[in-house]
Design a protein around this ligand. Sequence first.
Ligand code: NAD
Ligand code: UDP
Length: 353
Amino acid sequence: MGIFPITMGSIVYPKTLAERILTQRRSSAEGDEMKHTSKKILVTGGGGFLGSHLCERLLKDGHDVICVDNFFTGTRRNILHLMENPYFEVIRHDVTFPLYVEVNEIYNLACPASPIHYQYNPVKTIKTSVHGAINMLGLAKRIRARIFQASTSEIYGDPSVHPQPEGYWGHVNPIGLRSCYDEGKRCAETLFFDYYRQHRLQIKVGRIFNTYGPKMHPNDGRVVSNFIVQALQNQPITIYGDGSQTRSFCYVDDLIEGIVRFMASPDDFTGPVNLGNPTEFTILELARRILDLTGSRSEIVFRALPSDDPQQRQPDIRLARERLGWEPRVPLAEGLAKTIAYFEALLRGWNKG
Ligand code: NAD
Ligand code: UDP
């Protein structure tokens, strides 16, 4: 990517990506007026589930996007359809190492997000959260870029306040199996606010609650993808515990809209802000809905509950409503139908191949 041939008389000169972009920009600006102020934007973790949707959205909004990923849990398949776009660039890079690029905005999403993936190499997970945050904040400071952090509802641990407002400090086991992720993300939040106080960086800290949709990894063990893949294959639906624990599921398009609005919000709105869908379900209800929607013959089976599994979770999104004018719009049935269609197509591909 990056070099394209152009002809001058009979000689062929390579045309750089910059030249190509400038030419296209000029011709589009000469035609109808450009609707957007185009920015150069870095998305770390851009090959993952949320990152690939975010890259797609930012390109649609007319920006230049650099996707950085080490492809630990993400895949090039998620972004293959963007590769031909001259405004899109991919760098294989691990955020635990410094990175030097010139951009206006940084979305820091790089980090494995599903329990089985982040527990696979817990030390690496902490390094990704903490060293990754330090590297991206250092970059933002050097180039004076605005920076978004993909934080998480795991900040609240197994919460004793319900629903969870941003002012709640959480209930986290600092030495358990989930701590590499929970405490790593908490430390990243601390770093963001210290850079804000110490260096006046423009930070945006978003606490993302369980999000689902197309491009989730089929084997990453998260509940929505697990249940759908099991249901589509008529295999047992594995409920951990008795299924009375709750989660609140946000469809990916709603979440991406919230993130983009947050990044565009005034400088003084740093967050942390909860981004998620406040409609709460038990895991057993979720299983039943997926069985209904897929018409599956799967039976429900009960397995041991993993340690420190939060018993309840629901975002209080009053702050996001007030400051961003945002709330989720896609109901669970509609979002699940789209996600099921995605996994059906994926499994058809598997069966053929
Ligand atoms: P994902 O695993 O699909 O995406 C994470 C991406 O980061 C992958 O492409 C992975 O390869 C990449 N990555 C991991 N370690 C890296 C490293 N050291 N250097 C460079 N790239 C690296 O997960 P996701 O669901 O898309 O989550 C994205 C972000 O959002 C994560 O930071 C996660 O903590 C946060 N989040 C997600 C949810 C959710 O429900 N999806 C909820 C809360 C927070
Ligand atoms: N879960 C389950 N069966 C599965 C996968 C997950 O019952 O096959 C449960 C899990 O124990 C948790 C909830 O579903 O209570 C959400 O799990 P997920 O890993 O998706 O997200 P998180 O626990 O990080 O919110």
